[in-house]
Design a protein around this ligand. Structure first.
Ligand SMILES: C[S@@+](CC[C@H](N)C(=O)[O-])C[C@H]1O[C@@H](n2cnc3c(N)ncnc32)[C@H](O)[C@@H]1O
Length: 436
């Protein structure tokens, strides 16, 4: 066998290990780099494609798999289940010739030290191709198969967004564009679009963010003109709409700041002399904020602390602007983080909402009269959005939600929900609260 055949097999085995790790609870961001280091450089893009694609369609692929397996695989064979899911992904969603998919997947059983499974894998993949129309009919009513979402999430989306849920799930299964935000302290959008054109990079201005640029296809940041010099950052358009809602402020708090996307934007828009305190309770992630600000040539006071326990870090001087970009289910960014489909559980939502309420109620006390607090999440679930804000407005008569006419999406009781996909955007929720 040639080296090339071996490499093609290795990349399938590596993809299976990544998908099995995610199915076991590890994030894709943690699992993928580990396996990428084990395959040859030219196969890393294929490895990422196999992992992202398989996870994107995982609920559907495993629904098919469960129909095809005569008996469930043992729990110690999670890698084999993941290998079969990656093979079904290739058969269903790529142009890789089916005979190559079957051949490499069978060979990958040996690379995973499971030679006993070659016959089973070969038969199952041939069956999958032969029985495609019957499988489609048999699974037509299966929610996981139809939506490629975990059933609990598909049901929650349908309850919260009865008219839009189908389109939201289609958008969640699409690939996300790469979107840039220009650093208006260093360049302007027209000038940067010219730099991109000169570098042969196709791009267009974003529709709603004055600083936004959508690339025709994703690139490594090192290929972007002036990236290291802080001319641009990578940030979805929906996220870019937060900082302008808080400009201009003199004393700002970014309460859950890492990795610093919005910290940088707040500072790019802040007037000279403005002060920004940026907090995160993950020291590791706070280091990313420092790196981002260094690259952009911006400064903030970074604190590794619990934003919900201000008595441990606050000096008592109120803030006139607060951003609470709360930790959330990330159900608005499934297309960028398809591993969330496997990692989140139905029970997480109530726990996240409790943490969000705690943060919002605590931070409200730090806001100066007349000040603004933006509560934002990349969730599309009402329990994490309007319902959280309703807790504050019920408890505090001085909290008044402001209208958000410049923000796209649906007006909700307290803010606005931009659902994923309408403008090739992530899903995002915004509620701007004024302290009377
Ligand atoms: C949605 S992310 C923030 C994204 C960030 N604003 C940006 O634009 O790059 C939420 C962050 O909240 C942090 N976090 C969670 N609980 C926290 C707490 N109690 N206090 C401070 N930070 C917290 C997490 O570590 C995570 O980095």
């Amino acid at each position: 066998m040639t080296t090339e055949a071996t490499e093609a097999t290795e990349v399938r085995a590596a993809a299976a290990r990544v998908v099995a790790a995610v199915a076991g609870g590890e994030s894709l961001d943690a699992a993928l780099p580990r396996e990428a280091a084990r395959v040859v450089a030219r196969d890393r893009a294929l490895l990422a494609e196999l992992c992202y694609g398989t996870l994107r369609w995982y609920p559907r692929l495993t629904a098919i798999l469960d129909r095809l397996l005569a008996r469930p695989l043992k729990s110690r064979d999670g890698d084999l289940r993941a290998l079969l899911a990656t093979a079904l992904y290739q058969l269903e969603h790529t142009r890789i010739p089916p005979h190559a998919v079957v051949h490499e997947t069978v060979a990958a059983c040996r690379a995973l030290a499971k030679p006993w499974a070659t016959g089973l894998v070969n038969a199952l993949l041939r069956n999958a191709q032969r029985r495609r129309p019957q499988l489609d009919a048999a699974l037509a009513e299966d929610l996981a198969y139809r939506s490629a979402h975990p059933p609990w999430l598909a049901r929650l989306l349908a309850a919260d967004w009865p008219r839009e849920a189908e389109a939201v799930m289609v958008a969640n299964n699409a690939r996300a564009p790469m979107t840039l935000r220009i650093n208006q302290r260093r360049t302007d959008r027209a000038a940067y679009l010219e730099l991109l054109a000169a570098a042969g990079i196709e791009a267009r201005p974003a529709t709603h963010s004055a600083a936004g640029i959508l690339l025709g296809s994703p690139r490594a940041v090192a290929e972007l003109p002036g990236f290291a010099a802080g001319l641009v950052s990578v940030q979805d358009e929906a996220a870019q709409l937060c900082a302008p809602l808080l400009a201009p402020g003199q004393r700002l708090l970014d309460a859950c700041c890492a990795p610093g996307g919005k910290t940088g934007h707040l500072l790019e828009l802040a007037p000279d002399g403005a002060e920004l305190v940026a907090i995160d309770n993950s020291r590791q992630r706070l280091a990313l904020v420092a790196d981002n600000l260094d690259r952009l040539g911006l400064q903030a006071r970074l604190l590794d602390a619990d934003a919900g326990a201000p008595e441990t870090w606050w000096d008592g001087t109120p803030f006139d602007r607060i951003l609470l970009d709360a930790p959330c289910s990330a159900t608005g960014v499934l297309r960028r983080h398809p591993d969330i489909k496997l990692l989140r559980r139905a029970g997480d939502i109530a726990k996240l909402a409790a943490a969000q309420r705690r943060l919002l109620l605590a931070l409200w006390e730090l806001l100066a009269p007349g000040g603004l607090l933006l509560y934002a999440t990349c969730s599309v679930l009402c329990a994490e959005n309007d319902a959280v804000v309703a807790t504050l407005t019920a408890a505090r008569a001085d909290a008044r939600p402001l209208p958000l006419p410049g923000i796209p999406g649906a007006a909700t009781a307290a803010g606005r929900q931009w659902l994923p996909g309408t403008d090739d955007n992530d899903g995002f929720y915004y509620a701007l609260l004024e302290k009377r």
